[in-house]
Design a protein around this ligand. Structure first.
Ligand SMILES: [Zn+2]
Length: 307
C-alpha cells in the first residue's frame, strides 16, 4: 500500500491582513513526520518508481512525502527537517516560474487576497468587469455560502466568483492588474520559488518532478496544449539532470484537472507515475498515472484528521 502526504506552504508565520495563505508550521510538519513514521515506512522517489507494483501489492504501508509548486520554503524549511529524519521527498515544480520568471496565477491570487479585504476585492472585480456582468446573483451567493462553509459571507462570494464565475481570461486579467499594482513581481518570484542551485540539488537526488509549465488545470486544455504544458517542463527538468524515473503531479489534481487525455499524454511523454489530489491510499490495481494523495491536513497529525 502506498500513502502519499502532500504539502504546499511550510512557514513559521501565516499572519496577513486577510489570511488566505494556509499551510503548516515547521513544528507541526515535524510532528506529523514523527507520527507518520509510526504507521509505515518512508520511501524515496526512486524506490517508489522502481518498486511500484511491489508496494501497491504489499500489505505494508509505504509512505511518500510530496510538495507541490516548487516553493523555496519547501527546500529551506521542510527539507532540513526531512534530512534530519533521513527522508527523501518529491518536489513538483512549475517551469513558468523559472523560464519566464513569472509568478503562477494561483500564487498571485493568494497574495492579492492576503492584502485586500474580501468585500473591497469583490466590488473592485465587479466594477472592473461591469460590462461582462460577473455580479453574483442571489442564487449564486447562496451557493457560495453553502460551498464555503468555513468562510464569512464576502470571502465565500469572492471565492465563488474567482473559482466558478470568471472565465480564465477574465481571472488572469483582473488578477494580473491587481498583482502588479501591489507587488514587485520579480522580488516575489525570487522569494517564493526555489533558486537554480536548490533545483540542481534536488535534481541530483532524483527528487525533482513536474507540476507542468503554467499550473493550469490540464484536463480543461486541448490535447496539444496539454502536451505543450508537459513537454516544456520535461525539457526544463532535463536541463538539470535527465531522470529515467520522471514523475508528474497534475495541478489542482481534481477530477476535471486529470481528465483524459491527461494521464495518457503524461505516459506517452515518459512520466512513470502521475499524482492526483483524490484522497486515499493506493493499493493493488491502482492506475500508476492517477495515484491518489492525501492533503497533509487529512492525515494523522493533520488539522482535519478524523480517525
Ligand atoms: Zn499546485
Amino acid at each position: 500500500m502506498l500513502t502519499v502526504s502532500n504539502y504546499h506552504y511550510i512557514r513559521e508565520n501565516f499572519g496577513a491582513p486577510f489570511p488566505s495563505i494556509f499551510g503548516v508550521t515547521p513544528a507541526s510538519f515535524e510532528k506529523q513526520i514523527v507520527l507518520l513514521k509510526t504507521t509505515g515506512k518512508f520511501i524515496s522517489p526512486d524506490y517508489l518508481t522502481d518498486n511500484l507494483d511491489f508496494i501497491l501489492n504489499s500489505a505494508d504501508n509505504y509512505i511518500l512525502i510530496t510538495f507541490d509548486d516548487g516553493l523555496r520554503e519547501q527546500y529551506e524549511v521542510a527539507k532540513p527537517i526531512l534530512d534530519k529524519h533521513n527522508i527523501k521527498a518529491l518536489y513538483f515544480i512549475n517551469s513558468i516560474n523559472h523560464i519566464e520568471k513569472e509568478v503562477s496565477l494561483v500564487h498571485k491570487i493568494h497574495l492579492v487576497r492576503s492584502q485586500t479585504e474580501p468585500k473591497i476585492l469583490l466590488e473592485y472585480i465587479e466594477t472592473k468587469l461591469s460590462d461582462c456582468d460577473v455580479k453574483l446573483s442571489e442564487n449564486e451567493k447562496q451557493k457560495a455560502v453553502s460551498y464555503y462553509i468555513y468562510d464569512d459571507f464576502n470571502s465565500a462570494c469572492l471565492k465563488y466568483l474567482l473559482n466558478f464565475k470568471l472565465t480564465s481570461i477574465q481571472l488572469k486579467n483582473v488578477i494580473d492588474s491587481l498583482f502588479s499594482d501591489k507587488f514587485d513581481s520579480e522580488k516575489i518570484g525570487t522569494d517564493l520559488y526555489m533558486n537554480h542551485q536548490q533545483l540542481q540539488d534536488l535534481a541530483n537526488g532524483n527528487m525533482l518532478g513536474s507540476h507542468s509549465h503554467s499550473h493550469f488545470a490540464l484536463g480543461l486544455l486541448s490535447p496539444k496544449a496539454i502536451e505543450n504544458e508537459m513537454s516544456k517542463t520535461i525539457q526544463f527538468l532535463n536541463s538539470f539532470k535527465e531522470n529515467a524515473n520522471l514523475t508528474i503531479s497534475y495541478p489542482y489534481g481534481t477530477k476535471e484537472a486529470c481528465l483524459s487525455p491527461v494521464p495518457q499524454t503524461a505516459a506517452a511523454l515518459g512520466h512513470k507515475i502521475g499524482f492526483t489530489m483524490e484522497r486515499g491510499s493506493n493499493v493493488s490495481g491502482a492506475d500508476k498515472l492517477l495515484l491518489k494523495r492525501f492533503d497533509c491536513n487529512d492525515l494523522l497529525g493533520g488539522k482535519d484528521f478524523k480517525n
